[in-house]
Write a protein that binds this ligand. Structure first.
Ligand code: ZN
Length: 279
């Protein structure tokens, strides 16, 4: 298995009308789950970690785990991606540790500042073959209440300018999704995805997809999304899997017994998302 850039996987997905699922991993168990589903399905994945995960497990640990776990599986590529990177310094460190793709999330900054900071990362990373994901618009967060949806959507003209000015490989857009768990039924602006997709050639990313129905996910892909991020549902499956594994094996104190149950629960969610994303 080769570790390639997210852009390479997403360009193919965009041309062929599917999306690459991007799974956030937290530890060895979620890394094992990801490696096993790639081996079993032969489908490429984007494996990603947020900065808090790197602080938890160690920056070089995650790409090293994926390299080891996928060694010898020759017919499928994957990408190792920094999700929601917050600085050029962090991007540099990740690339030095073997990441093939990095995100710089300047979406909370004023437009000009977002452009400037994202371009710095793109200028540095892209020539070395690493893809860079930028973000424009607002993706709701766990702590937020009801956000003003219309104001948070990525504007088409800004997406065009942002891609031109930064040279980013891929772009995350705000179209009504939120990170974490949805409080009500999410309203996704499919039309806005179509409009941005027809205005820019940059492959588009959807964040905050946990909790969206399969039907909505398929509509997003049809409209032009070529990477979909899943984190919350995987963490939920893992946590429920540990509880299930302990309930099934009372008195057992070897983590390898109940963790195997947890790995299988993560895999069930991953396999289902792969089916939806690849169509
Ligand atoms: Zn995100």
């Amino acid at each position: 298995m080769s570790c390639v850039s997210s852009y390479k996987l997403m360009k193919k997905a965009s041309a062929e009308g599917y999306a690459v699922p991007a799974f956030n991993i937290d530890n060895l168990e979620s890394a094992i789950a990801a490696a096993e589903v790639m081996k079993e399905t032969g489908k490429s994945l984007i494996i990603q970690t947020i900065p808090r995960t790197l602080a938890y497990g160690g920056m070089s640990v995650y790409p090293a785990m994926m390299r080891s776990l996928t060694a010898g599986i020759d017919d499928v590529d994957y990408a190792m991606h920094l999700d929601h990177g917050s600085s050029k310094e962090l991007a540099e460190k990740c690339i030095n540790c073997g990441f093939s793709s990095v995100m710089f999330d300047g979406s909370a900054m004023p437009f000009a500042e977002n452009v400037k900071r994202t371009k710095e990362v793109a200028d540095f990373a892209i020539p070395s073959g690493v893809s860079v994901e930028g973000e424009l618009g607002t993706i709701g967060g766990k702590e937020e209440g009801d956000t003003d949806l219309e104001a948070s959507y990525t504007k088409v003209s800004e997406a065009v300018d942002f891609c031109d000015m930064t040279g980013v490989s891929t772009l995350a857009i705000g179209v009504g999704t939120a990170h974490g768990i949805y409080k009500g039924v999410p309203k996704i602006n499919i039309k806005r995805i179509e409009e941005i997709h027809s205005a820019v050639s940059t492959p588009l990313v959807l964040h905050g997809a946990s909790g969206l129905s399969d039907e909505v996910l398929r509509d997003c892909i049809k409209a032009g999304i070529s990477k979909i991020n899943f984190a919350t549902e995987l963490r939920q499956a893992y946590t429920e899997g540990i509880k299930l594994g302990m309930a099934q094996n009372p008195g057992v104190f070897d983590p390898k017994i109940y963790m195997r149950v947890a790995i299988d629960e993560i895999k069930k969610v991953m396999l289902q998302k792969i089916e939806v994303c690849y169509g």
